[in-house]
Design a protein around this ligand. Structure first.
Ligand SMILES: Cc1ncc(COP(=O)(O)O)c(C=O)c1O
Length: 297
C-alpha cells in the first residue's frame, strides 16, 4: 500500500508500521485517534481535527508527548513523504505499555503514531451513483455514560455487529440506535435527515464530527433550518432526504432506508438539500480559510 507512517519517532513504510501486541491500545481499546483528509494536495480543517484530537486525549488522560505544532508537522510530513494528493491521515495515541507487572494505567508510557494512506471512502462516488442502502440496526451504540462518544474511539464491536446485520439483509451500512430507540451514528459517519422541512441530526450520543459541523454551518449559511435534536428511527424512515457526513467522503446521499426508497426517488438520485450541501462541502475545499497546502517539494 502506498503511504507513510510515523511510529516510535520514525517515518516508515506502511508495511513496517508495527507496535507491540502488549500495547493497551490493542489489548484494551485504550486509545484515541483522529482522521483528517487531504484533497487535491490540501488538508481540510486540519486545526479542527487537531483540536478534537487533543480534547480527546485530555479526556482520556493521554499524553502524546507532542505539541499541537509537532502533531501538525508529523501529519504534513507523512503526506509529503507519501506523495499522495488524496489521503486519509490518521493520528493515534494509545495508552502504551505499563511498567512490568503493573495494571496501573498511570504507569503506562503513552504512544503517539500517525499515518497517511490513500483516501478511504465510506462509499465512493461510483457506489453512491448505484444508491446506498442504510439499515437501522436495533444494536445500541455504546452508552455515552460508559464511553464518551465525543472522544473518537475504537469501541466498535457494536458498529461491527450492526454492519454484519446490514450485510445479512443486503444493505451496505448501518446506523445504530440508543436506549430510547433514537438514531445515533454509524461506522465512521454522522447522520442527517430532512424531515418536515427541516434538517435534523442527532444531538447527543455521537461523535461531534468535523463534517457534521461543516454541514450545520453550511446549512445555516444557506438559510436552511437545521437542528441538533433526538431523531427517532421512525423519522429517519419517513424522511424526504437522508445523508451521512464523514471525513471519508463528505456528504453521502442515502437511497434506501431499510430497503425503502428515500423520498420515493430512484436509486442514486438525491434531493435538493443533499445535492446543495454536497456541492457546498466540496466547494469549501477551495476556500483558503479551510484548507492547508501540503509542501510536497
Ligand atoms: C463513530 C463516528 N461518528 C462520526 C464520524 C464522522 O466524523 P468526521 O466528520 O469528523 O469524520 C466518525 C468518523 O470517523 C466516526 O468514527
Amino acid at each position: 500500500m502506498p503511504g507513510c507512517a510515523f511510529v516510535d519517532g520514525q517515518y516508515v513504510a506502511p508495511e513496517d508500521a508495527k507496535i507491540s501486541i502488549f500495547d493497551w491500545g490493542f489489548l484494551h481499546s485504550d486509545a484515541t485517534y483522529d482522521v483528517a483528509h487531504v484533497w487535491q494536495g490540501k488538508f481540510f480543517r486540519l486545526s479542527d481535527h487537531i483540536d478534537r484530537f487533543f480534547a480527546s486525549m485530555d479526556r482520556l488522560r493521554l499524553d502524546p508527548g507532542k505539541t499541537r505544532d509537532e502533531v501538525r508537522a508529523v501529519m504534513h510530513e507523512c503526506v509529503r513523504r507519501s506523495g499522495l494528493r488524496e489521503a486519509y491521515v490518521e493520528v493515534l495515541c494509545t495508552r502504551g505499555l505499563p511498567a512490568p507487572g503493573s495494571r496501573d494505567p498511570r504507569s503506562c508510557t503513552n504512544r503517539f503514531m500517525a499515518f497517511a494512506i490513500p483516501f478511504v471512502w465510506i462509499a465512493d462516488p461510483a457506489r453512491q451513483a448505484r444508491g446506498i442502502d442504510l439499515f437501522i440496526s436495533e444494536v445500541q451504540r455504546i452508552a455515552p455514560a460508559s464511553v464518551d462518544p465525543r472522544v473518537k474511539n475504537y469501541h466498535w464491536l457494536d458498529m461491527v455487529g450492526a454492519l454484519f446485520q446490514a450485510y445479512d439483509r443486503g444493505a451496505e451500512t448501518a446506523v445504530l440506535v440508543d436506549a430510547a430507540g433514537h438514531v445515533t451514528e454509524g461506522p465512521g459517519f454522522n447522520v442527517f435527515a430532512w424531515v418536515d422541512d427541516e434538517l435534523i441530526t442527532p444531538a447527543s450520543g455521537v461523535l461531534e464530527g468535523i463534517s457534521r459541523r461543516t454541514v450545520i454551518e453550511l446549512a445555516r449559511a444557506r438559510g436552511l433550518p437545521v437542528r441538533e435534536a433526538p431523531l427517532p428511527a421512525a423519522d429517519l424512515r419517513r424522511a424526504d432526504e437522508v445523508f451521512l457526513s464523514s471525513t471519508g467522503g463528505g456528504v453521502i446521499g442515502i437511497s434506501r432506508v431499510d430497503g425503502v426508497p428515500v423520498g420515493g426517488r430512484p436509486a442514486g438520485e438525491f434531493g435538493p438539500v443533499t445535492k446543495q450541501l454536497q456541492a457546498a462541502y466540496w466547494g469549501l475545499h477551495e476556500d483558503p480559510r479551510y484548507v492547508e497546502t501540503v509542501e510536497y517539494g
